[in-house]
Design a protein around this ligand. Sequence first.
Ligand code: GDP
Length: 364
Amino acid sequence: ALQAGIVGLPNVGKSTLFNAVSNSAKAQASNYRFCTIDPNVGLVDVPDARLQKLAELVHPDRIVPTQIEIVDIAGLVRGASKGEGLGNKFLGNIREVDAIIHVIRCFEDENILRDEGAINPVGDKEIIDIELQLKDLESVDKKLSRIEKQARIDPKFKVEYDVLVRCKEHLEKGKSIRELDLTKEERPAIADLFLLTEKPVLYVANVDEASMHTGNRFSAALQEAVKGENAQVIIMNNSIEAQISEMEDPADKQMFMEEYKMTEPALDRLIHSAYKLLNLQTYFTAGVQEVRAWTIHEGWKAPQAASVIHTDFEKGFIKAEVIAYNDFITLGSEAACRDAGKLRIEGKEYIVKDGDVMHFRFNV
Ligand code: GDP
């Protein structure tokens, strides 16, 4: 499964968030599955209301959501890029994730220590950004000096060299690579570096209880600061989420959420957004044994989509029967869709769409 890593300065609410994710999974076993792979890595179900709606029509024995991995990357501090506070180890962990969930403290609490003085969400974000940018600069510099000579004689390396120089200048201005416009042709020049600031990011503004629906001046400042990044800011209260997640009785949970005027845990929104951030899409299989969500990347063709069910499905792919999600829900069954001409037969070149209800035919 693809991974999203939780990062942020100490005492901003990262572990509280990670615990909320892992608890709600354990408690609400039917809605969430969560298993701890190691203390800092958890596999969590992606909430998808479409799955329940399909299940109401098909009445399967079981419902199987799709999953992503959430990794708790604690321990980033100022100076991490220079190896401070096990800095290099944590930066290495970030290199392995596919997307970043950056938790920012937007709550005041004098009992909870903050190394950097007064609450300053934009400053906090910059501290982390700078560490990641410095680390990227190191990687870019290393590659630059490695290909410098070749670039002078071989035009192929010259292109690569120029891209790297642009990255270097960009990073030196205190900007992240994700904000740099690179063409499809230019991207390969840095693909082998797995740059930290190239990874997609979403921000969690961890606000106090009073601001969980509205945000506060801290989260507003953060939103203003990330405007140019085209990144989502999720306003939530991690402590409340952790409390919700600890409740085992759904009725208790419901009552608690009503008290806070919540219609769903903010966690659901977060997991959903992380899934989108990873550029993932979902297709469904809807049989009487199971109604299930499967994860694919945007633009995948039918045989590749089939391979996530079983690798043999790709090799032996013949065709796919496809029903658009909305048609399935409107008409109510596969048979009704077939009668209405809404069941399409698609071949190897079909690009699977988000929400497609698929049935694959294949040779074994
Ligand atoms: P981490 O170091 O980023 O993992 O931070 P923790 O999750 O361990 O949280 C640090 C402290 O802040 C703990 O005592 C939490 O209970 C507390 N905390 C986390 N979220 C909130 C919040 O939204 N409001 C308040 N007042 N405290 C919080």
